[in-house]
Design a protein around this ligand. Structure first.
Ligand code: MG
Ligand code: MG
Length: 628
């Protein structure tokens, strides 16, 4: 499988783009005419620059408004084509993309278009060039790849072929199975893009909202399966017009692009015997649960956090044999408090202050998980081991934090016994009935949301849920969830558009993305709330107005509402069951804990978000005031 990306997909000048594309491991690049025109070097130098990066120019594009023109425009169109051919030869590419005509003067007629392409094929053949024809979803006469194929078929010229673009086919909901009968040698290149499902004008949707395969909602996999069925094994080329990507980091976007193609190719390979030549990689990791979440703190903060965890019902059960690292436990939850000044935890503290910077996942096979992560271009994390320590496979994750993989088939299953001395916590405070981690909430800049959605879904056997807008009094936070079928993995990703929201404040003040809240599960939230109160743990006060509205909304009995209100418990319901939530106040720059009880309910309490955000904000240090 050879991979390519159009220069239009990422930000920067041509030089920066090529650097990022080469570094991400692509084999080729589509040169967009505007990227070339805006650049100061001659075509020959541009071609050399591409080849110096070890890349091939997969095609030059676009050549617009060609077929079906009346004279004298028709003659001029051919002159224009000859000039592009000159340019291509200087640059060193043999393929040009001709997109279907959108001109209002273009005449229809399949045979007329086929005749134009035959003539263009003759001219291209004289120079050893090839022409690929693509049906734009908004083309004037041709907006369906089946019609474009019919034109190519009738042109019957070996230098004329078809270009298929997943966006144009899928945005019009054209049956992808029509691709299966196209001879593979007539498909000159495959362009790929996904997009979120938005009901809008096709041209606007395409030019602003395309994203990488797997980041959107289009059935790109079905499209690719049909392509693979033809025996096609040429370039898969990303052509992504996205406003966010144009303003983003060229390196990060290029890495995402390459990852999206590897993941897509892997899915095709697993789905059917395909012609794609692909490296074999382990299947997506099955997540059995969150093994631990690790906080980095400094020595002075350790007693404060430890006492807070005890009030939440946790007991310290172990201390690391060689480092200043403690483990607290309740039910299946392990929280690690790391105040070791050396190593990555110390470094992370220096950069971000107190934070939940690492997370360990129980997977079916930790070695397989790390192999897949590395295959997908994730950055492996290793640090030197002290005697007696075991290596835990890990990659760099959200906000520069760490994602560890543990399994029950290796020594990792006994990590707590191997690396920690057991400890008896003599606290008087009692457990509050927390059983496990319901979800982990990570906050990031909105621009990073797609990156991490793709990261998690390509690596783990999990899917993403539709995007939900969380209304914060100071702006909108977009939220999307990565979860698996059994509910053993739930990560909510929150993308903040500005720093005034609670989420935006968190990333601005902690200098980066990370875990903003941890939601623990309980089987009886009222018992948990009572026990928390006995432990002296203050939960987040919810406005009384919330309960009046709630009672009316769900038709709740007043006695029940009073119980909720007495414990500051939020309530929601969907078709599958009920949901109860309570919160801690925020700590530091906006970190907090949540406790939930779910009985079949599938959401995350989005309807309650505005109430708890308003309550949480009351605890925040106003932006700009010094830290106390
Ligand atoms: Mg295209
Ligand atoms: Mg939550």
């Amino acid at each position: 499988m050879k991979t390519s990306i159009a220069t239009v997909s990422i930000s920067g000048d041509l030089k920066e783009k090529l650097q990022a594309i080469a570094k991400a491991g692509f084999d080729g690049v589509e040169i967009f005419e505007n990227d070339f025109l805006a650049f100061d070097e001659a075509p020959r130098q541009v071609g050399q620059m591409v080849r110096d990066h070890g890349l091939e120019i997969t095609l030059f594009q676009p050549f617009r408004d060609f077929e079906g023109m009346p004279e004298p425009l028709r003659g001029r169109t051919f002159d224009r084509a000859e000039r592009k051919f000159d340019l291509m030869q200087e640059m060193g590419t043999d393929l040009v993309l001709v997109c279907s005509n959108v001109s209002s003067v273009a005449m229809g007629g399949i045979d007329r278009a086929a005749a134009d392409f035959f003539e263009l094929g003759e001219r291209a053949a004289r120079r050893g060039l090839r022409v690929g024809y693509e049906a734009l979803a908004w083309g004037r006469h041709i907006h369906d790849h089946r019609d474009a194929w019919e034109i190519v078929r009738r042109a019957d010229h070996s230098n004329i072929g078809l270009i298929l673009d997943s966006f144009h086919t899928l945005s019009r909901k054209i049956d992808v199975n029509s691709i299966r009968s196209i001879p593979k040698e007539k498909i000159f290149i495959i362009q790929l893009a996904d997009a979120p499902l938005i009901d809008m004008d096709l041209l606007y949707w395409s030019r602003h909202f395309r994203n990488m395969p797997g980041e959107g909602d289009l059935p790109v996999l079905e499209f690719m399966k049909a392509v693979a069925a033809t025996g096609y094994d040429g370039y898969l080329s990303l052509e992504i017009f996205n406003d966010q990507f144009r303003g983003g980091s060229p390196t990060a976007i290029a890495v995402d692009g390459k990852r999206s193609l590897i993941y897509l190719g892997d899915q095709v390979r697993r789905a059917e015997n395909s012609s794609l030549t692909l490296p074999n990689m382990p299947a997506r990791a099955e997540v059995e649960g969150v093994a631990f979440v690790e906080f980095t703190v400094d020595e002075a903060e350790t007693p404060v956090l430890s006492d807070r965890l005890r009030a939440l019902g946790f007991r310290q059960v172990g201390r690391h044999k060689t480092k200043r690292v403690d483990v607290f436990r309740q039910g299946d939850i392990n929280l690690v408090v790391n105040s070791d000044p050396d190593g990555f935890a110390g470094l992370s503290y220096a950069l971000h202050g107190q934070s939940a910077y690492a997370m360990g996942l129980w997977v079916d096979d930790a070695e397989a998980a790390i192999a897949r992560a590395v295959g997908l271009g994730a950055e492996r994390f290793v640090q030197p081991l002290n005697p007696g320590e075991i290596e835990m496979p890990a990659v760099r994750a959200v906000g520069g934090g760490i994602l560890y993989f543990l399994d029950r088939r290796s020594a990792l299953a006994r990590i707590w016994e191997i690396e920690f001395d057991p400890l008896d916590d003599n606290t008087d405070l009692r457990p509050v009935g927390l059983t496990g981690i319901d979800h982990v909430a990570q906050t990031m800049k909105y621009e990073e949301l797609l990156t991490w959605l793709l990261f998690y879904t390509a690596l783990l056997n999990a899917h993403k849920t539709p995007m939900v807008d969380i209304i914060d009094p100071a702006g909108v936070v977009r939220s999307q969830v990565v979860e698996n079928g059994p509910g053993t993995l739930r990560i909510t990703l929150n993308g903040a558009e500005n720093r005034n929201t609670l989420a935006g404040h968190f990333i601005a003040e902690t200098f980066g993305s990370g875990i903003q809240h941890l939601a623990f599960a309980t089987d009886d939230i009222f018992a948990t709330a009572a026990a928390l109160s006995d432990n002296g743990f203050a939960t987040l006060m919810i406005s009384p107005n919330y309960y009046d509205d709630l009672e009316a909304r769900f038709g709740l009995k007043p006695a029940f509402t009073d119980r909720l209100k007495a414990h500051n418990i939020l309530y929601d319901r969907d078709d599958h069951g009920e949901y109860f939530q309570l919160y801690s106040p925020t700590y530091g720059e906006g970190f907090f804990f949540e406790i939930v009880q779910r009985s079949g309910y599938r959401g995350y309490g989005a309807a309650n978000a505005i109430f708890r955000i308003a309550a949480l904000r009351r605890h925040l240090r106003p932006i700009g005031l010094p830290r106390l």
